[in-house]
Design a protein around this ligand. Structure first.
Ligand code: NAD
Length: 495
């Protein structure tokens, strides 16, 4: 992608700013784009216009349109999205450094699918009603409809930029809200293309705005502090989630927070090891470990410990790194050299804390432009105490620590020994044990003999510091709407 200037899109207008920042490629450090940071005034304009079109007094506007008419507009938008799939993939590959194969498989098609799936789910959001007789001889009838909440701030991380944006913007629009998208400062490009597609679609001005910028003291901070924002849908770090919850307390605005994880896999003695290695390779290293569900801790029954360590470390050492044209599983760089330094400093604690690497542990050298990128080796460590930083802190990189266990209770206790509670993988051929253990691990999502096979409309939640509220499918549509009950008295004597 050639270098561009990326502007904000506010209520149907492209808006530049005096404050610009650089977006650099994590692949080789080259300058990809200059990005216009949205000011407080721009945030205010997007919120004001958004409120008017979603819950303002203008009749026939986006928020008061019949659901089926709105869904027709959203389906039309999804069709246009499909026609820009190549541009979206190019943008994701450039901003994140991932391979074309990965982006083709996981980004473009899934984003279109999300808008279509939410439009389908919206069509099935039935309204409830009941005839009743109350005390004192009254008769009546009530019905409940779901009204738009108003302005939904959609604040996204950088790991799956297009997918995260679609997961938030689609349900907000379906329910008649105005969606204000704040992509990560690390990944502004696909969000800008999304706005270009909105601009050519029948989505009315103001129902979608795009604001670029950073967090505190910048766009994200202005947005979460704005009293006209009715709800905040956020995915990112647990510490950021906590700050956003504090900001939302003023005005009692609702939040839905999908946060970090330090996910464990539990591997029992009866597993088919080939399946485990295939699944664990993806769960530890896919997207260079930058998926919230990635596994960073593996607990393996002592009877299979050496075999697992041997095989996963061999695979980790053979993973192709930094080939964007590779047609299969490979890894790209981390999102930035800043994030790479953070992951590297966690790798550097391993030796001091008494552990050892059986694969990776450092930064790869290429002898070309990629040495200016943000690469790190897939890294597997053993021998650390459960209290070690490498075992406790989320790395959000391609790292795995492996420890043995002897009994099921011990494995469950080890998996649960974390302040996070996002996901787990349970590997066993014993079905009773699989379901028994799934119920005992305190996480929002447990996979059995699998990782990240997920219907995008299925509920997404996290225990502990991994989340507040739920997203996904009907739950997102409910979060993005307000149930309103209308009760009418019925007089039996009226002719
Ligand atoms: P981050 O929290 O640093 O940033 C996320 C977004 O919030 C960015 O757009 C950023 O600009 C904005 N932001 C930062 N501080 C803010 C503030 N105080 N107010 C308002 N906005 C603010 O997260 P990240 O580094 O982009 O993403 C990585 C994290 O996301 C990891 O912890 C990962 O586990 C988590 N994640 C969770 C899920 C999930 O579904 N649970 C999915 C993907 C990523």
């Amino acid at each position: 992608m050639s270098r561009k200037k990326l502007e904000n899109y506010i209520a149907g207008r492209w808006v530049a700013s005096d404050r610009e920042f650089d977006k650099r490629s994590p692949f080789d450090g080259s300058l990809l784009a200059t990005v216009c940071e949205a000011t407080e005034e721009m945030v205010d304009e997007a919120v004001t216009e958004g409120r008017e079109i979603s819950i303002g007094s203008r009749s026939g506007s986006w928020g008061s349109m019949p659901m089926r008419d709105r869904l027709a507009v959203i389906n039309g938008f999804a069709d246009r999205l499909m026609t820009r799939a190549d541009d979206l993939i190019e943008a994701e590959v450039a901003d994140t450094g991932r391979s074309y194969w990965q982006s083709r498989t996981f980004d473009g098609a899934r984003a279109v699918g999300l808008f279509k799936a939410y439009a389908g789910a919206g069509a099935n959001m039935e309204n409830r009603s009941m005839r009743f007789s109350g005390g004192m001889g009254f008769e009546g009838m009530w019905y409940t409809t779901r009204r738009p909440k108003g302005v939904i701030a959609c604040i996204c991380p950088w790991n799956m930029p297009l997918l995260m944006a679609s997961m938030k913007v689609a349900p907000a629009l379906v329910m008649g809200n105005a969606a204000i998208l704040k992509p990560s400062e690390e990944t502004p490009s696909s969000a800008t293309i999304l706005a270009e597609i909105v601009a050519c679609s029948d989505i009315p001005d103001g129902a979608f705005s795009l604001l670029h910028g950073f967090g505190p003291g910048s766009t994200g901070g202005h947005l979460t502090a704005h009293p006209g924002v009715d709800a905040i849908c956020f995915t990112g770090e647990s510490a950021t989630g906590s700050s956003i919850m504090k900001a939302a307390a003023t005005g009692l605005r609702e939040v839905s927070l999908e946060l970090g994880g330090k996910n464990a896999a539990v591997i029992f003695q009866d597993v088919v090891m080939d399946r485990v290695i295939e699944g664990m390779t993806r769960s530890a290293f896919f997207n260079c470990g930058q998926i919230c569900f990635c596994t960073e801790r593996a607990y393996v029954h002592r009877a299979r410990f050496d075999e697992f360590v041997d095989r996963i470390s061999t695979v980790a050492g053979e993973i192709i790194i930094g080939d964007r044209n590779h047609n299969g599983f490979s890894i790209g760089p981390l999102i930035s050299t800043g994030h790479r330094d953070k992951v590297k400093s966690l790798l550097d604690t391993v030796a001091n804390d008494g552990g050892e690497f059986v694969a990776g542990g450092g930064i790869p050298e290429f002898g070309d432009a990629r040495d200016s990128g943000a690469f790190i080796q897939p890294s597997v460590a053993i021998g650390l105490a459960e209290t070690a930083q490498f075992v406790k802190k989320e790395a959000f990189g391609p790292v795995l620590h492996i420890a043995p266990f002897d009994h099921e209770d011990e494995a469950v206790a080890l998996a649960n020994d974390t302040e996070f509670g996002l996901s787990t993988c349970i590997w066993t051929e014993n079905l009773s044990r699989a379901h028994r253990v799934a119920a005992r691990i305190r996480v929002g999502h447990a996979w059995i003999n699998a990782w990240q096979i997920r219907d995008l409309l299925s509920p997404l939640s996290g225990a502990g510091i991994s989340g507040v509220g739920e997203q996904g499918g009907r739950l997102s549509l409910e979060f993005c709407s307000l149930p309103q009950t209308v009760t009418a008295r019925i007089h039996p004597e009226d002719a």
